[in-house]
Write a protein that binds this ligand. Sequence first.
Ligand code: GLY
Length: 269
Amino acid sequence: MMGVEWGHRKRSRAVVREVSSNFNQALSSYFGTHTPDPDAARAAHADYVSALKEQGVDVVVLPSLDAYPDCTFVEDTAIVVDDAVVIPFMGHPSREGEQEAVRDLLGEHLEIIKMPKGATMDGGDIIFFDQKFLIGRSTRTNDSGIAFFEQVVKARGFDSIVFDIPSSTLHLTTVCSSPRPGMLVAAEGHLTPEQFAPLVAEGVELVWVPNEEAYAANVIGFESGVVMISAGYPETKQVLERVGFETRIVEMAHIRAADGSLTCCSIFY
Ligand code: GLY
């Protein structure tokens, strides 16, 4: 797609957060079948941070919070919009309060915009893609949150598109991501071609991953041509290599046990 470059995506710095000692109590759709394991998740997280550093990202690691089992999923706590950062009310009450340290850190660099009470949003429902914000309407992100966020991005000159997310899917980023400008990856069975039709009509390249590899639709791309992907999804790996990426694989199984994906674990700013 012409006219959209990497420059608009901030990949020089990222904030991440250590895995909580109470990660075994994190929210999880696998409740009763897999219990998240804090030690195994810490090992996965360490490799994740290494992968970011390999790409030259300056990584700030916040300490974990015992009171917040999900605190390593920083993506949900703040959404960067150009030179500002929106601090939402979290979509699940057990996570309300995780935003504080992230807000304090990002507030050193960006203007803070707080959502009004009653509006909820998880950052996992937002994808900054080219000059647009893709917004998931999910069990975590409500209409008031969407209306407020759309007003913020519009005032800064960005467009937005809302995607309805099936209730069986946590966030928009659970099943969709953008590995490079002009390209989106999406999971079959969770999102539909009709939802992307306006973007495809503009020339966006849409790569589908099969439903059985839906988790692998969440990737992080870098200007170097490297894309971070989760271990264990051979078809997605092949598809991304075919369109020119070098893949950097991170074993995410123990992060997935708490419904976390690659993008959930960082905020670029
Ligand atoms: N375990 C991540 C979340 O439910 O927010």
